[in-house]
Design a protein around this ligand. Structure first.
Ligand SMILES: [Zn+2]
Length: 319
């Protein structure tokens, strides 16, 4: 689940690594060749959601300037207020939950009514992989009946699966991790004087620009440093695993797991670079981290504290 791929940034401000795809979509729009379904597929926290919302505003805007929404016309204001009658947002009721078949039924009903403003109708399905199998099958029917001036826009985090039959009916725009140099310049610009920690922020965020920005805005580096200090103590036997895990009770396990993955993969990389080979049990621990992440994504009822304790125990035995 993305932590920061939201619309914190002004919608009429593009992200430089998306320029080419932005122009591509605008060309299709301007020549009346826009596909009826578009899937933005890529890594977390790289700005897919922002791209989608920016393009939707551009579609609704009645006086765009240089292919950018004006931000001031009636349509822009309606959209930005969250009350545009020709826009439908399809998302889970709470973060980490599934998109239900009822939400898709509402979308089907929305797709057949006439637009209020005689312009585009748009539905944003995000994240697409959150649809239950029933919801995905129902969505397929809507996809198979394209309607004029109706756009279905899907945002998909590429690690999670989505029905191939849905994917094949969409124009897929892949948005991988952006080039590091471009991200670095952008982040430094966003942070202004506070930009000294750009490299560290990006390393902690795995090169994901919006996650790095969110880290900076919430002083997350300090939290990570504290967490890693504990990991180190658990690993070296200076601190007992179970009671150390208790100190993080109530915190997001998804987030802690990401930090743990980053911490441990750095260790494996450092070991490889220094010419020493990692032990099988170290790889086994890394596999356990990946398997746990997959388990969390499956959204079944889990006991986060118990999982963290188990991870800390395994960590203490991994070296
Ligand atoms: Zn406008």
């Amino acid at each position: 689940m993305a932590v920061a791929d939201t619309t914190l940034l002004p919608l009429n401000q593009g992200l430089p690594w998306q320029d080419e795809q932005w122009q591509q979509l605008c060309r299709l729009l301007n020549s009346n060749r826009l596909p009826h379904a578009i899937m933005l597929s890529g890594g977390e926290d790289t700005g897919k959601r922002h791209f989608a919302e920016r393009f939707i505003q551009r579609l609704f805007c009645i006086s765009p300037l240089d292919d950018e929404a004006c931000g001031e016309c009636k349509q822009c204001c309606l959209y930005l207020s969250g009350g545009h009658p020709d826009f439908k947002r399809v998302e889970p009721e709470a973060a980490g939950k599934a998109i239900s078949i009822n939400a898709i039924r509402e979308l089907s009903a929305f797709s057949v009514i006439t637009a209020h403003q005689q312009s585009w109708k748009v539905a944003l399905v995000a994240p697409a992989e959150a649809m239950t199998l029933n919801a995905a099958n129902a969505f397929l029917k809507t996809l198979e009946e394209p309607r004029e001036k109706t756009l279905l826009l899907l945002v998909h985090d590429q690690l999670a699966p989505v029905l191939p039959t849905i994917r094949s009916r969409c124009r897929v725009l892949s948005q991988g991790l952006p080039p590091p140099a471009l991200v670095r310049d952008w982040l430094a610009q966003q942070l202004g004087d506070a930009g000294g920690a750009v490299d560290e922020l990006l390393a902690r965020a795995g090169g994901r620009p919006l996650r790095a920005l969110a880290f900076a805005e919430s002083n997350t580096l300090d939290d990570i440093a504290r967490f890693e200090q504990v990991l180190k103590q658990v690993q070296t036997g200076e601190a007992p695993p179970v009671s150390s895990a208790a100190a993080f009770e109530g915190q997001s396990l998804t987030q802690l797991l990401e930090w743990l993955l980053a911490y441990y993969s750095r260790q494996l990389i450092n070991a490889a670079q220094s010419g020493s080979f990692a032990q099988p049990r170290q790889f086994a621990f890394y596999d356990l981290l990946l398997a746990t992440r997959k388990k969390l994504e499956s959204k079944t009822n889990l006991n986060p504290q118990l999982i963290l304790e188990e991870l800390f125990l395994s960590l203490s035995q991994s070296t």
